[in-house]
Write a protein that binds this ligand. Structure first.
Ligand code: PBG
Length: 334
């Protein structure tokens, strides 16, 4: 039978015919060594406390944190990023638990280092929002606005305390101007030359942080729009990248992930240092909530979102599914 015209002459579908064929030609795949597990450790609890807005994620006790870190290492996850949740009455205007050598984050760091040694890269959040009674990422001036330069002095003190507690990578996440250079200088002056900085280079003021607020018992009432980036803007992401590189960032991050894949691609193309994407609490919660209702296939959705970060150019992904995904990877032998 004669066909009208002679198309198709080229058949891209041939490379999609079988699972083995698709696997062979897959351009991107997620490996456990690409993943970093964000984890919360809460002061004064003997048992892990579930986080209602992030089903499956908990505020760890020191014991359960150690266990989770061991499991992540066992599964082949690359690193862990710790967030501390102090007792409510310890929070104050300057975030004192952040510079207390016995503050919960520092205790968590020591516990994880003791448990996993060098098997897991141990990272800590370098920010004031978890430890201040007003919940902002910095200290406030007389008008109640976040004071950039006074905040840098606090970050420098926190950096030393975290480094002394065993953090190998610090994640300055407050979006203060000059934070990377200021913290780098303080670390170097104290002899912590090998402690790396994972700069939150691009961080947008996002609604998708919502569930995280419960995860850290946030005291924030307003918003962070005066220091985090405005969602409509792309150009300033490259400006932030140039600044962080000049200030000595060892790794850079884009956050949130899914709503900013275009930005991730631009940063990945321009960055000479490794690039991380943070799949944040709201991204996690959306998938979990929809899956709970049976509206999408949970495991496929997780893998598809993680793969999208790799395809957009990320070297590393921070995800609350890190251990689960790494275990499945081992089982399915991707
Ligand atoms: C600030 C910080 C936040 C997150 C990580 N670091 C909250 C914010 O900027 O409001 C959010 C992470 C997530 O939503 O999963 N210390």
């Amino acid at each position: 039978m004669e066909r009208a015209g002679s198309f198709p002459t080229v058949r891209p579908r041939r490379l999609r015919t079988t699972p083995a064929m698709r696997r062979m030609v897959a351009e991107h795949r997620v490996h456990p060594a690409d993943l970093i597990l964000p984890a919360f450790v809460r002061e004064g609890v003997g048992e892990p406390v579930p986080i209602a807005t992030m089903p499956g994620v908990v505020q760890h006790s020191l014991d359960s944190l150690r266990k989770a870190a061991g499991e992540a290492a066992e599964a082949g996850v690359a690193g862990i990023m710790l967030f501390g949740v102090p007792e409510e009455e310890k929070k104050d205007a300057v975030g004192s638990p952040g510079t207390d050598p016995d503050g919960i984050l520092q205790r968590g760091l020591r516990a994880v280092r003791a448990e996993t040694g060098d098997a897991l890269v141990v990272m800590s959040d370098l920010c004031l929002d978890e430890v201040t009674d007003h919940g902002h990422c910095g200290v406030l001036d007389a008008r109640g606005e976040v004071d950039n330069d006074a905040t840098l002095a606090r970050y420098a003190e926190m950096a030393l305390v975290q480094a002394e507690a065993g953090a190998q990578v610090l994640g300055p996440s407050g979006m203060m101007d000059g934070q990377v250079g200021h913290v780098r200088a303080a670390l170097d002056a104290a002899g912590h030359r090998d402690v790396s900085l994972l700069a939150y280079t691009v961080k947008y003021a996002s609604a998708f942080y919502g569930p995280f607020r419960e995860a850290v018992n946030s005291s924030l009432t307003g918003d962070r729009k005066a220091y985090q980036q405005d969602p409509p803007n792309a150009r300033e992401a490259l400006r932030e990248l140039a600044l962080d590189l000049a200030e000595g960032a060892d790794l850079v991050m884009v956050k949130p992930g899914l709503p900013y894949l275009d930005i991730l691609r631009q940063i990945a193309d321009a960055s000479p240092v490794p690039v991380a994407a943070y799949q944040i609490s709201g991204e996690y919660a959306m998938v979990e909530a929809a899956a709970e209702r049976g509206w999408l296939d949970r495991e496929r959705a997780i893998e598809e979102t993680l793969t999208s970060f790799k395809r957009a150019g990320a070297d590393l992904v921070l995800t609350y599914w890190a251990t689960e995904f790494a275990r499945r990877w081992g089982r399915d032998g991707r």
